[in-house]
Design a protein around this ligand. Structure first.
Ligand code: PAF
Length: 325
């Protein structure tokens, strides 16, 4: 009898006193709204991780900028109050000049080349270069090639940009690019619909999905297929958080994020032709063949500018330019 009581007590102790194996929750932030490129990555990552871990891991997505703009989310990731962010390459510029290498104008000629480089050793060098700033770079998903829109006039050559107030991301490099192209660049955090509508700015530049999801066709009559920058997202985790995970969880999380990024890049590209059609149907006048060489020439001296004066960053840019030849 006494033995039975001891056994019962032991069972009760195990049931009530030991913590249950609670699911670990990942807090993931994106600045954009559902349907956006970042959200496609976030949704897929959540689906994959929750399924592959049998619910041991859960993911809560904070979208539409409820946690702040991308710069603020990067600060939260550094402080480990946000675990993961799917963040546009541009705003990393305030934290480290190394990302300027992948935001370099007219760097990649097409999607295949962007994939080859970003998934290869040079891409890894950039991800590793984020660690001193407290970021664990997991992989690259994509915004896509950026194109110009504006409310004033058709733009075919850099001369047409004169006097146009163009919103750019919070990035010294992007500001420098648009100044060199001849526009009047205005850095501004996302979102920007109201500023475009009220004429605070005349135009902006982003990949095609943005004009569709954010309905820029309602307020921007002109688009130019400049494809001036291939804009990746960097899918980053808090380094502090990452270093406290065991190797098995790190491999699982990194694997799910890579698969989500691969899925999203394909999804994004498959939709681009339909987006152009939709934007035309909505009344946008699209310049499909601008004088890209003229735009390229305007930014040709950027590699030797102050933007790349850090020797390590300059060396990496030189390697990158060599690799894309
Ligand atoms: O222009 C930006 O700020 C970004 O490209 C956006 C729209 C937030 C998507 O990543």
């Amino acid at each position: 009898m006494k033995a039975r009581i001891v056994l019962l007590a032991a069972v009760l102790t195990i049931c009530f006193c030991l913590p249950l194996q609670a699911a670990e929750n990942i807090k993931l932030g994106v600045v954009t709204k559902p349907g956006s490129a970042q959200n496609v990555v976030a949704d897929k990552f959540k689906e994959l991780l929750e399924a592959k871990s049998n619910g041991d891991w859960t993911v809560t997505i904070y979208d539409s900028g409820v946690l702040g703009n991308e710069t603020e989310m990067l600060q939260q990731i550094q402080m480990n109050t946000l675990h993961i962010g799917i963040i546009t390459g541009g705003p990393f510029d305030t934290f480290t000049p190394i990302v300027r290498v992948i935001n370099y104008p007219f760097l990649f000629k097409d999607n295949a080349q962007a994939d080859e480089i970003l998934d290869g050793p040079l891409g890894q060098e950039i991800l590793d270069g984020l660690e001193p700033m407290g970021f664990k770079g997991l992989c690259f998903s994509e915004n896509g090639f950026r194109n110009l829109t504006n409310s004033k006039r058709a733009v075919k050559t850099p001369e047409d940009l004169k006097g146009l107030k163009i919103r750019v991301m919070n990035s010294a490099l992007h500001k420098t690019i648009w100044r060199a192209l001849g526009a009047n660049p205005t850095p501004m955090a996302w979102p920007i619909y109201t500023e475009l509508q009220q004429g605070v700015i005349d135009g902006q530049e982003n990949p095609l999905w943005v004009m569709e999801v954010y309905k820029f066709y309602e307020i921007q009559d002109y688009m130019t297929m400049t494809r001036h920058v291939y804009s990746p997202h960097i899918d980053v985790a808090s380094l502090k958080w990452w270093q406290n995970l065991d190797a098995k969880d790190q491999a699982l999380i990194a694997g799910c994020m890579k698969d989500a990024a691969k899925f999203q890049r394909k999804d994004n590209r498959e939709k681009d032709a339909a987006r152009i059609k939709l934007l035309q149907e909505k009344g946008m006048q699209i310049e499909m063949h601008p004088d890209v060489d003229a735009f390229r020439q305007k930014v040709a001296s950027l590699a030797g500018s102050d933007m790349f004066k850090d020797p390590a960053v300059h060396d990496l840019l030189v390697k990158m330019l060599e690799a894309v030849k």
